[in-house]
Ligand binder design. Structure first.
Ligand SMILES: [Mn+2]
Length: 445
């Protein structure tokens, strides 16, 4: 059984309890400009239950059988083969080969989707469908519901409501299986090569875009599906722009380089940040900020184990950062007063952790009622504190200005504690400076 089939089996358990059918579409191709499209990337929900990469497909899941012995009927709607279009736009699996290749019960032409759906969905009380992502598709789904209601007068049960995938499918996605973790570990190994290699490659006078290209090259050469998100290659004060993705400025002697980049392995994300000196050696101010961020990151990682509320990651990292910034003279007051008045937000303005999986900011609820959700084995999340001192911040001594540091790892919660999936990527001052001194040829190419 493939992991995608196993994922479908787990979903059926949840769906059959409520007599819920599911419509799970993948996204349409997106236009980049004029008549050029972005390289296609399947929607995560769809990929999770199919492992199918073609655009223009919709999976319909129909629980049948009884509660005690649930059975799932899976119907995949997809584009049929077309020699002319395949010559222009690429190969298609086609209707005939789909059941064998994807272990679905049935395959049908995507052209028939909206005509066939009312028949397939009649008799179900709820339809799992994520509304609000594609307006045209939402309208078609509502038309199907309306037509079923029309028939309900004839004694056929019509679905009462649309339900969101978050309590069912997204809760499954939150807990990673052994196969998924294997993919995430492989993504982490490739990401290690890219970050360590970049430390050796970067030199004053190079351009951020060269590092960007090297990272992407390393990801794809090693079998990754590419970047899990647009890489951030931020030299010097660019690191203080949290989502800096222009990646086209010169790397300067004496500056740090912050790289936030992760390989995607079979569409599973890695999300890693490292910050290192472009000339290979931290100056005293950079070193002090770096060591503080590292202390915060490690303190937050060390508390990870089942049962601990997830928001303790942020609280712990924040406490370390605030105490350190007061000690360095960047902030005034006590730990309590600085956290109370939020004056730390000038230097640390983002959260410390998010779930990670098929989406870089993965699905799954962070709360239970009003409380932070307890960690549980199988969850993967990032830990990523940072300090960013704007180049024009005149409230601090000049020597601190323009320093931006973030350190980010991917943490798996295990039965007994945690596993840092990306912890071997150089991180201590000594390891980072050693990686900077190493030739990129030894490291990655
Ligand atoms: Mn992140």
């Amino acid at each position: 059984m493939t992991m995608y089939q196993a994922n479908r089996e787990r979903l059926i358990q949840k769906l059959s309890e409520d007599r819920t059918a599911a419509i799970i579409p993948t996204s349409p191709p997106r236009t980049r400009n004029h008549d050029c499209e972005f390289r296609f990337r399947p929607t995560s929900d769809f990929w999770y239950v199919t492992g199918f990469e073609e655009p223009g497909s919709v999976l319909v899941l129909l629980p049948e059988g009884t509660k005690e012995k649930p059975e799932l009927r899976s119907v995949l709607f997809l584009r049929d083969r077309d020699p002319l279009l395949e010559t222009w736009n690429g190969r298609r699996l086609g209707i005939e080969r789909a059941p064998d290749h994807l272990q679905v019960d049935e395959s049908r032409d995507i052209e028939d989707l909206w005509d066939d759906l009312p028949g397939l969905l009649s008799g179900y009380e709820q339809i799992m469908y994520r509304a609000g992502e594609e307006e045209a598709r939402d309208r078609e789904v509502l038309k199907v519901l309306a037509s079923l209601r029309g028939k309900a007068r004839g004694g056929i049960l019509a679905p009462l409501e649309l339900v969101d995938p978050s309590p069912s499918l997204h809760e499954l996605r939150l807990f990673k299986s052994a196969e998924e973790l294997d993919l995430m570990r492989r993504g982490a190994a490739i990401t290690h090569q890219a970050h360590a290699g970049a430390m050796g490659l970067a030199k004053p006078g190079m351009n951020e875009c060269e590092i960007d290209a090297f990272i992407d090259y390393t990801f794809r050469k090693n079998g990754s599906t590419g970047q899990a998100y647009t890489s951030i290659i931020a030299g010097g004060e660019n690191a203080c722009i949290l989502h800096y993705v222009e990646n086209k400025m010169e790397l300067k002697d004496g500056d740090l380089l912050l790289i936030d980049a992760g390989a995607e392995m079979d569409y599973y994300a890695t999300d890693v940040t490292r910050t290192f000196p472009i000339n290979g050696t931290f100056n005293p101010e950079q070193r002090q900020i770096y060591e503080l961020v590292l202390e915060a990151e490690e303190a937050a990682i060390n508390l990870v184990k089942p049962g601990v509320p997830h928001n303790l990651v942020h609280k712990t990292a924040l406490g370390v950062l605030v105490r350190g910034m007061i000690r360095l003279g960047l902030l005034e007051g006590t730990e309590e007063s600085v956290i109370e008045d939020e004056s730390y937000r000038r230097f640390f303005m983002h959260g410390t952790s998010h779930y990670l999986g098929l989406d870089v900011h993965d699905c799954g609820s962070y709360t239970v009622g009003k409380e932070s959700r307890p960690m549980a084995a199988g969850m993967v999340f990032t830990v990523e504190p940072g300090i960013y001192i704007a180049a024009d911040d005149e409230t601090v001594e000049e020597r601190w200005r323009g320093i931006g540091v973030r350190i980010e790892d991917d943490i798996l919660v295990t039965e007994s504690g945690y596993e840092n999936l990306t912890g071997s990527i150089p991180k201590s001052i000594e390891d980072v400076e050693a990686a900077c001194a190493q030739s990129v040829l030894e490291n990655a190419l």
